[in-house]
Design a protein around this ligand. Structure first.
Ligand SMILES: [Ca+2]
Ligand SMILES: [Ca+2]
Ligand SMILES: [Ca+2]
Length: 430
């Protein structure tokens, strides 16, 4: 809970935090895009916009609940796909299909009594989670509507993996592989392979061999997997990933993102630990992050609502946006170079746990990263790449020429809340 002094200082800072580079009406409330000033953990994204001409477009797959029609996002969406195979979970009357529209994931008491839902599934309104996550990355900039996405060069590939009460790990695995351009039986090949795969969901427990294999495969192809660290629930007693593992947060070759609150301290809900690679602002109840949403509690109203929300689910897409922005600033920048630039330019939190190296490299600063990456004297794009060229396995192919790829040496995270696995059905929750 914030005290009055901090609140007033924060309010005072707000108008100057975000560079007035666009006309999006909610930009001045998007404190997470501004610079890191004092106790306000900005990501430097809005300042970084001045240092790129977005010469390369990127594709960011958002593996989540799907997306809805929203005036501030519609122009940034690729076709995507719906991987939710269980019709009861999917709530769109069938299994997998080509339409990743989020039909709403509301749950009523009546459904819980009469439906075949997991035991820990609870009554809830639709949350439009996928739209919120996607909007932090790709909401249309400078269109006089809503918010500004973190970068202007990212196309959002909406890939639906969760519905009512979560989703299955096999659907997530297939979605990861498909997003990177790999072939999945009976599904048209994705002709717009993702540079970045954002996974703002997860489950408790260790990474499975099959999920790890999928992540490793797409990493070899040059896709970067970004995952949220996970959020504590009311029953969570341990937020340390090393002793209370979350998946895909602790899987290898995942860039795992924890959340700072609006005071630049580790958020009280965020998992932390050795598996964390970065932290980014995740907001909190009193200082949520502006996102695109919908006013519908069941089906979408299509009212172009702007909401505020918080969680590690919203920290991860800030990292995805920063990576997309860096990749777009110069055609020759590899995933490794973008990642290294972010790692080398972080801001360190004074949080006790962060001082104990439980917050990875620290808070990202996209502005410092893009300036370092494109500085004439150390032009990363002209440097020899230090990693071994990838040799994708024979059963993999990338439809279009993506970047090169080595295996990342870092461990990434995912997002999450609560357990995914349920009796008889593997559940993922957003
Ligand atoms: Ca369906
Ligand atoms: Ca569908
Ligand atoms: Ca906008």
């Amino acid at each position: 809970m914030k005290n009055g002094l901090v609140t007033s200082v924060f309010a005072l800072l707000l108008p100057t935090l975000v560079n007035a580079a666009t006309n999006d009406p909610y930009l001045t409330q998007q404190w997470t895009l501004g610079p890191s000033i004092g106790v306000v953990p900005g990501t430097g994204l809005s300042a970084a916009w001045q240092h790129t001409d977005n010469r390369r477009e990127t594709v960011v797959a958002v593996l989540d609940s799907g997306v809805i029609e929203h005036a501030d996002l519609a122009d940034r969406l690729l076709l995507g796909y719906d991987f939710v195979s269980d019709p009861i979970v999917a709530a769109d009357s069938d299994g997998r299909d080509a339409d990743p529209t989020d039909p709403g994931n509301w749950v009523t008491d009546d459904m819980l009594i009469n439906g075949n839902y997991p035991l820990d599934c609870a009554r809830k309104h639709s949350d439009w989670h996928g739209t919120k996550v996607a909007s932090i990355i790709g909401a249309t900039q400078d269109n006089d509507i809503g918010i500004a996405g973190g970068t202007a060069n990212a196309w959002i590939l909406p890939v639906r993996v969760t519905g009512r009460c979560g989703g299955s790990e096999q659907d997530l695995i297939d979605a990861i592989l498909w997003s990177a351009g790999l072939e999945i039986e009976n599904i048209p090949t994705n002709t717009t392979p993702a540079d970045i795969i954002n996974i703002s969901l997860g489950r408790s427990g260790n990474c499975s061999a099959s999920l790890q294999a999928a992540i490793d495969s797409v990493t070899l192809l040059g896709s970067m997997v970004v995952a949220a660290a996970g959020n504590a629930s009311e029953t969570t007693k341990d937020r340390a990933l090393q002793s209370n593992p979350m998946t895909p947060a602790i899987c290898k070759n995942v860039i795992t993102v924890g959340a700072l609150d609006s005071n630049a301290m580790l958020a009280g809900y965020s998992f932390y630990g050795d598996s964390i690679d970065f932290v980014a602002p995740g907001g909190e109840p009193l200082f949520g992050i502006p996102v695109l949403s919908d006013g519908g509690e069941t089906i979408a109203k299509r009212d172009d609502k702007i909401a505020k929300d918080y969680g590690t689910s919203y920290a991860a897409p800030h990292l995805s946006a920063a990576l997309a922005l860096l990749l777009g600033s110069n055609e020759q920048i590899s995933p490794e170079q973008a990642l290294n630039a972010l790692t080398e330019t972080t801001v360190h939190s004074t949080d006790f746990l962060c001082q104990l190296e439980q917050c990875g490299a620290g808070l990202i600063d996209a502005d410092a990263a893009i300036r370092s990456l494109n500085a004439p004297e150390t032009n990363a794009a002209t440097q020899e790449t230090p990693y071994t060229p990838a040799s994708a396995s024979s059963d993999t192919k990338r439809p279009s020429g993506g970047g090169a790829l080595g295996v990342f040496t870092m461990f990434l995270l995912g997002m999450l809340c609560g357990q995914l696995y349920k009796i008889g059905r593997n559940q993922l929750r957003g």
